[in-house]
Design a protein around this ligand. Structure first.
Ligand code: MSP
Length: 655
């Protein structure tokens, strides 16, 4: 019987790069709660997706010499592949480039405009491209160097016509809602931060852009595209059929939980609720802002070279060890550091030792004393009752902690029960019982109880792990039972049928030698020719090069030509972009190049550069660009343009 619906979301991730372990963290947490609620009998809806518009993505695509849609298609495919590897069971993957989403976002914008909540004005201020955020002069005034108050990167001065959303009009209503609904923003410390932010005064929000065109056009003014956050946040309602599938929308909205990192909590607890209020829709029941997963060297970033790739970890340690580690190691809500040492430590102690041994010992004894057939239980003794009670207590505590998203504590409770079950073996000493034929029934009871305890453990693990519960089931001969187990079934002792045959298998979590692992990683680094990837176990050697090879025909589609720079100047309002006029032999072209921090305009004049001449035109920062200059750059941030070795006529083709 359905207990009602449960709707949980992750942020929709930017397809500007591959995802890292931090993104996996949010998604695994959301997936776990969705699996847990489904086991409890809720009709769940679990949404994730990709946030595909915006200037940053347009620039990235340009740098990669691709059309934005082509560029994001490839990255989105890598998102889906990662989620599959991580055992993520989303119900829907929304892409903001979907037709239905685009239409509904336009309808939302139109409605807000028609009712006077959006109005046209002029924006002057600082803009952070990576964050896609405007800052007022006041917000950045104290700093000597103009940097983004959020991410610390460079910002640009911009002046443009823009549509504004009347955030200020709804501030009081929002504050009241937050006060009346303590569960709305969690954890509590973050709620207080949000309240102070709102109390310090909300300014109307600029919700359109004219400086680039990779976005959803404002329906009644197509020179403007809709601000990426209005586009992105709306995904939570467009995906479930707002304005398109009324019945489905009514069924799931309001969402039970938006799970987000603390970095984007403000968007979700201020802008989003105000959009919903303006649309006259109920607000989500909870927005939970979890902490950051850091590394020993701080925040993960490409330039620091400390980005942890979940795909490599899954290949090295298996999906369940990673899922377990992510949810067990750091209290959900707090910041915490990822470390491979801690991961290996957890695998060895919690997974191989506590859980793996319990399974192994139990199956070995069923084999040894009962020819591999699970015996029926006989009369119950005190110690058996205690084991049963510990199971009920554990389930109650897991429930309580899952409600509060305290994954760490929920797992701790489960492990207390696993250790208690190991202790049960030491208390009942089956090897001594086995020596006495008269104790056969007692021995049968002990082993039956151990198998039951393992069934409950495997069932409780189902939301957290995706392979282990079934591997345990297979070895215990109860795979189907585990597969069908609902949460309530865990509360009823005695579900395993006597007479089932067990099947000893490989250890579910082999121990990992820390030193050996790091030695292998070192070796891997030395061996790793560019394009080659090897897992720690050295089993699979995959040549990325082979996968990435392109045919000559594909290459020959790219028209690279020599061009001479005639003029080069900075684009006003940007310190990264230069506008170039070049001579391509048969024609003159205008290009925009993101090399302003590495070259002055005058350095380039007269230079013969290489450019992609058949790239579709794009508008960057409001300036038309008809081609792309080629440049080499490295991780240290150095960038040099490509030129020719000797003089050659303008327009010569490079092949
Ligand atoms: N596209 C926006 C979200 C729009 S939602 C309507 C965005 N995307 S993102 O790709 O940058 O993803 C941000 C989210 O990824 C964070 O909120 C968090 O959930 C997750 N994380 C990214 N790095 C992280 C860590 N290092 N640690 C924990 N979570 C992190 O923002």
């Amino acid at each position: 019987m359905s207990k009602g619906t449960y709707y949980v979301t992750t942020p929709i991730y930017y397809p500007s790069d591959k995802l890292h372990i931090g993104h996996a963290y949010t998604t695994v947490a959301a997936d776990t709660i969705a699996k847990y609620k489904a086991m409890q009998g809720y009709e769940t809806m679990f949404l994730t997706g990709s946030d595909e518009h915006g200037q940053k993505i347009q620039r990235k695509a340009l740098e990669a010499g691709k059309e934005p849609k082509e560029y994001v298609d490839e990255i989105v495919a890598s998102f889906k592949a990662l989620w599959q590897k991580l055992g993520i069971d989303y119900d829907y993957f929304i892409r903001t480039t979907e037709e239905r989403h685009i239409k509904v976002v336009q309808a939302i914008f139109q409605k807000l405009y028609d009712q006077g909540d959006i109005y046209k004005g002029k924006y002057e201020g600082w803009y952070c491209t990576p964050c896609e955020t405007f800052w007022t002069d006041r917000q950045v005034a104290e700093q000597e160097e103009k940097l983004c108050p959020d991410c610390g990167r460079e910002i640009e001065w911009v002046e443009e016509e823009s549509y504004f959303f009347r955030l200020s009009k709804y501030a009081d209503r929002l504050l009241q809602h937050i006060k009346d609904n303590p569960a709305f923003i969690q954890p509590e410390t973050r709620r207080n931060e949000m309240v102070s932010f709102i109390e310090s005064g909300l300014e109307d929000l600029s919700v359109s852009r004219t400086t680039f065109d990779w976005g959803i056009p404002v329906p009644f003014d197509p020179d403007h595209v809709i601000y990426v956050w209005i586009d992105a946040l709306s995904n939570y309602i467009t995906a479930i059929g707002y304005e398109t599938e009324e019945e489905n929308f009514q069924k799931y909205w309001p969402a039970d939980l938006h799970l987000v990192g603390k970095d984007i909590l403000r968007f979700h607890t201020i802008i989003w609720p105000i959009v919903l209020m303006a649309l006259d829709l109920p607000l989500p029941k909870q927005v939970f802002g979890h902490g950051w997963l850091l590394t020993k060297t701080g925040k993960m970033s490409k330039s620091k070279g400390n980005v942890v790739d979940p795909v490599v970890l899954i290949e090295d340690f298996g999906v369940d060890a990673i899922r377990y580690y992510l949810l067990r190691e750091v209290a959900f809500g707090a910041d915490g550091a990822y470390s491979t040492e801690a991961l290996i430590q957890r695998i060895n102690s919690d997974l191989a030792n506590d859980l793996g041994n319990l399974l192994n010992r139990t199956i070995s004894m069923v084999n040894k004393y009962f020819g591999g057939v699970i015996p029926a239980a006989g009369p119950e003794e005190e110690v058996d009752l205690d084991l049963k009670n510990s199971a009920s207590l554990m389930l109650a505590k897991v429930e309580e902690n899952m409600e509060a998203l305290k994954y760490t504590v929920a797992l701790e409770e489960l492990w207390t029960f696993i250790r208690r079950s190991n202790k049960y073996i030491d208390q009942t000493t089956p090897w001594i019982l086995a020596r006495d034929e008269e104790q056969k029934e007692r021995l049968a009871t002990v082993l039956y109880n151990l198998v039951e305890a393992l069934r409950i453990i495997a069932g409780t693990l189902k939301p957290f792990m995706v392979k282990t519960p079934y591997l345990m089931g297979e070895q215990l001969g109860i795979e189907d039972l585990i597969r069908e187990t609902k949460w309530e079934d865990l509360k009823v002792w005695g579900q395993v049928k006597a007479g089932v045959k067990v099947k000893q298998g490989d250890p579910i979590f082999p121990r990992i030698d820390l030193e050996e692992y790091f030695a292998e990683v070192e070796k891997r680094k030395e061996k790793q020719a560019p394009g080659e990837k090897e897992t720690a176990k050295g089993k699979e050697t995959e040549t990325v090069k082979e996968k990435d090879l392109i045919s000559y025909d594909e290459f020959s589609k790219v028209e690279i030509r020599v061009a001479e720079v005639l003029e080069a100047e900075k684009i006003e309002g940007s310190n990264k972009l230069l506008k170039l006029q070049v001579d391509l032999g048969t024609e003159k072209r205008q290009l925009v190049a993101g090399i302003g921090q590495h070259y002055q305009g005058e350095d380039l004049i007269g230079k013969k550069i290489l450019m992609v001449a058949n790239l579709q035109p794009a508008k960057i920062f409001g300036v038309e660009s008809n081609g792309m200059i080629l440049a080499a750059s490295n991780d240290e941030g150095k960038l040099v343009i490509t030129t020719v070795d000797q003089d050659i006529s303008n327009g010569s083709r490079v092949k």
